[in-house]
Design a protein around this ligand. Sequence first.
Ligand SMILES: [Zn+2]
Length: 297
Amino acid sequence: MRKNNRRNQFDVPQKLKDNEDKWEQIAKGELSKSEISDSVYKGIRQENGVKIYEVRDQLKEIFYKKCAYCESRSNKPEVEHYRPKKEVSEDSLHPGYYWLCYEWTNLLPSCRYCNTEGGKGNYFPVAGQRVFESPIENDKFIKDRCKISATELLAEKPLLLNPEVDEVEDYFTFNVNGAIVGADAENRGKETIKICNLNRDDLLQNRQGVIDAHLNDIEDILKGADERGDSVESLYKQIKRKLERVKDGCAEDQVYSLVRVNILSDYENLIISQLQTDNQKDFVREAYREFISELGI
Ligand SMILES: [Zn+2]
């Protein structure tokens, strides 16, 4: 998961705007929640005889064609309701956040695995006061109170992190086997991992692959050094070039970029600890220190 602040650069999709009256009727209970239509929140419409998914595709663009939760490539993401629209698994008395069904900021792009299969489903645990009712004042539906940043929604203190609200990078670390680990005292990282099943096999493998790729690069440099007769200076240069590649892979549009961010911030644990000899460890540690000091961070 990576922090994302791009939504305000995009307009609310037209299909959501076109259905504001329906949305209000659902929010007021004049229409039942069974009337919530996926063609609206996915933004499906025909354009020159072609079916397009306006909402889905806009979310996809905002999140660089990645799942908002696991950072896997997702070219046809599901349009996921951060707050579930029809029921809340933890609370059988809760009707679901039906009044948020067409709220743009409640929608995130998600891969199928994070959203449904063994993933989030209708789970939405909170540590604070859960909101049970649609925001109706004097028979008027108050859309501002539906926004992800609305005071009463923030006061719910959701355990599931939201990449547009929370400084999500602060909540996770990784192990050498690619496992993601919660890092905060309130356990929001840990809960998010559990809710979205972020340590499923394919993700473990892919993230370990990112760590191993860099480790192998470093080992190859060290292995061939004597045969090639490389100078210390040249070896440092080669290692720093590989570190530069890791840094490029930290860009938010790259898949599993948070692993690379952690490789750079937790290099001792993720890379150096895996090197075979103390000499190698000392050598690579020094090259890494130079790299970091040259970055000025
Ligand atoms: Zn995912």
